[in-house]
Design a protein around this ligand. Sequence first.
Ligand SMILES: Nc1ncnc2c1ncn2[C@@H]1O[C@H](COP(=O)(O)OP(=O)(O)O)[C@@H](O)[C@H]1O
Ligand SMILES: Cc1ncc(COP(=O)(O)OP(=O)(O)O)c(N)n1
Length: 265
Amino acid sequence: MVKTATALTIAGSDSGGGAGIQADLKTFQMLGVYGASAITAVTAQNTLGVHGIYDIPVEGIALQIEAVLDDIGADAVKTGMLSKPEVIELVARIAEQRGIKRLVVDPVMVAKGGARLLVPEAESALRDKLLPLAAVVTPNAPEAEVLTGRAVRSREDQRRAARRLVDELGAGAAVVKGGHLDGEPVDVLYDGRELVELPGERYVTRHTHGTGCTFSAALTAGLAKGQPLPEAVASAKRFVAAAIREELGIGGGHGPTNHWAGARA
Ligand SMILES: Nc1ncnc2c1ncn2[C@@H]1O[C@H](COP(=O)(O)OP(=O)(O)O)[C@@H](O)[C@H]1O
Ligand SMILES: Cc1ncc(COP(=O)(O)OP(=O)(O)O)c(N)n1
């Protein structure tokens, strides 16, 4: 029997299916990785925005994570929407106790429509408790600004933020994504030794809901399959680019990306 790679996502549910747990599981599946999940919050969400957020009790989140790890295991783990400090502390505690090495932290803070998915009081917990345990952290430009306390408006700012996230804040590696900056969406990877820039073409589309979740899930899938970090990051970039390029046209607002197209890339 061939061993199937497994991945666990600890994140929020998006009823619209474009971001959060749903985007993560679709991406894992498309990349041949068995996906399991621990839901931190249920959002009532569609392509037009977030209409409600219902947090899962911390004990319920802990039980989900333990249930998955005790039986199925996880070759890699990723985090998405963690909502509040207690959830971040829980995930950090379990990651430490279990010695989780391939931990991808997508520091989700705000949804495209502006809804907060992480309370501001949780930002320091994310930076101080979870970041040092991350094999790789994947902020967009505004998230990198919050975590580093410095403006991220240019390629040079992306490079500086990536270095700070690793050298000063303790992440194993960082990918500072360029989707929110003007021009080509270049992502900057720093692994503590070298800076690598991943170029990309910008597609003009409103269907970009869940791009960050999809990118970090593809990266997690690559690590779960044993790919070295630079290769997993490059594959994730190809996956999300294709998923944005071949839009599905679903919903009246920011529609989901196309995970089938991602897999074909
Ligand atoms: N319009 C676009 N065209 C092509 N790639 C994009 C576009 N927008 C974002 N990306 C890519 O999608 C991924 C997610 O980026 P970003 O939008 O910065 O993150 P987030 O979804 O977390 O806000 C990155 O690899 C980024 O370069
Ligand atoms: C439940 C949930 N989790 C995360 C997000 C944000 O996802 P992201 O990939 O950053 O995409 P956008 O919100 O920017 O489209 C979410 N919306 N919901």
